[in-house]
Write a protein that binds this ligand. Structure first.
Ligand code: HEM
Length: 109
């Protein structure tokens, strides 16, 4: 099931799945496995949810005119860090009112 079109973005493949990301299932190990498994795993899992939820909550997003829906894919390219082979050109559209008032609160008028 997990090897079914592995390069396609299909998050639903994990619904009702018993495979986890903590290095016990070698078909899916984003943080590595065994003695050298990522030391920041727990921090990263918490921060990723918070970061992504904050970005989605505070901003509206749209795709750049230079990119079509069909161009979105999840292939990676090897480098010092792992990068997307085709960058996602997402544009921030509207800054939500709550975020503006948060900035005012933090930095004054
Ligand atoms: C989404 C975020 C992250 C991903 C996907 C990730 C992934 C990985 C992977 C694949 C490895 C290599 C594991 C292996 O060799 O088997 C690794 C190692 C490591 N990661 Fe992360 N990591 C993330 C975030 C973090 C964070 C936030 C920290 C620290 C605060 C961290 C600290 C480390 C350290 C210290 C190692 C080396 C462990 C060792 O060699 O013993 N990582 N990480």
């Amino acid at each position: 099931m997990y090897s079914d079109k592995p390069t396609q973005f299909k998050p639903e493949r994990f619904i009702d799945s018993k495979v986890d990301f903590r290095g016990t299932n070698l078909s899916f190990m984003p943080f590595g496995s065994g003695r050298r498994i990522c030391l920041g795993l727990d921090l990263a899992v918490r921060m990723l949810n918070l970061l992504l939820a904050s970005l989605i909550h505070h901003f509206d997003w749209k795709l750049s005119n230079r990119m079509a829906l069909e161009d979105i894919d999840i292939k990676d390219k090897i480098g010092i860090t792992l990068q997307k082979a085709i960058a996602l050109l997402a544009i921030l559209v509207v800054v939500a009112k709550e975020f503006i008032s948060l900035l005012h609160h933090m930095f004054g008028e």
